[in-house]
Design a protein around this ligand. Structure first.
Ligand code: THU
Length: 128
C-alpha cells in the first residue's frame, strides 16, 4: 500500500497547488489500486487522489474496499477531504482502516467511521 501510494503520488498533476497526493486502496480481492490528484485550470474541476484510486478500482470491476493509504509531502499525515470521506464510505464499511502518512514517515491510522462520523448512508433513505 505504501509503495503504491508513494509511487503514484509522483505522477500527480498538481501545477496549481504544488501539493501532490497519492492514494492506494485495497479491493476485496486483495488487489491494490492507486490514484493521484489531477488538477485543472478551472480549479473546482480538479480531482483528489482518493477519487482516482476509487475510479481505478471500479474500472477493474470491484466495488468494495478493505484498506486505504494516503500520502503527501505534508508536515503532518494528510487526511482525506470531506468529499473523499463520503466517496470512500460508498465502498467501505466504517471499520475500514485508513492510514494517513507524510513523506517523512509520520503515520496515523483512523477508521472510516472516525473520519466521517454520522455518514449519510442508505439507512437514511429507507422511507423513500
Ligand atoms: N488532495 C487530495 O488529492 N487528497 C487529499 O486527501 C487532500 C487534498 C488534493 C486536492 C488538490 O489537488 C491538492 O490536494 C490541494 O488541495
Amino acid at each position: 500500500m505504501e509503495k503504491t501510494a508513494r509511487d503514484v503520488r509522483d505522477m500527480a498533476y498538481a501545477p496549481y497547488s504544488n501539493f501532490k497526493v497519492g492514494a492506494a486502496i485495497r479491493g476485496e480481492s486483495g488487489t491494490i489500486y492507486g490514484g493521484c490528484n489531477v488538477e485543472n485550470i478551472a480549479y473546482p474541476e480538479g480531482t483528489c487522489a482518493e477519487a482516482g484510486a476509487i475510479a481505478a478500482m471500479v474500472a477493474a470491476g470491484e466495488t468494495r474496499l478493505t484498506e486505504v493509504y494516503v500520502v503527501a509531502d505534508s508536515p503532518v499525515p494528510v487526511t482525506p477531504c470531506g468529499g473523499c470521506r463520503q466517496k470512500l464510505s460508498e465502498f467501505g464499511t466504517g471499520d475500514v482502516m485508513v492510514t494517513l502518512a507524510n513523506l517523512d514517515g509520520a503515520v496515523e491510522k483512523m477508521t472510516l467511521a472516525q473520519l466521517l462520523p454520522g455518514a449519510f448512508g442508505d439507512h437514511h433513505m429507507e422511507k423513500t
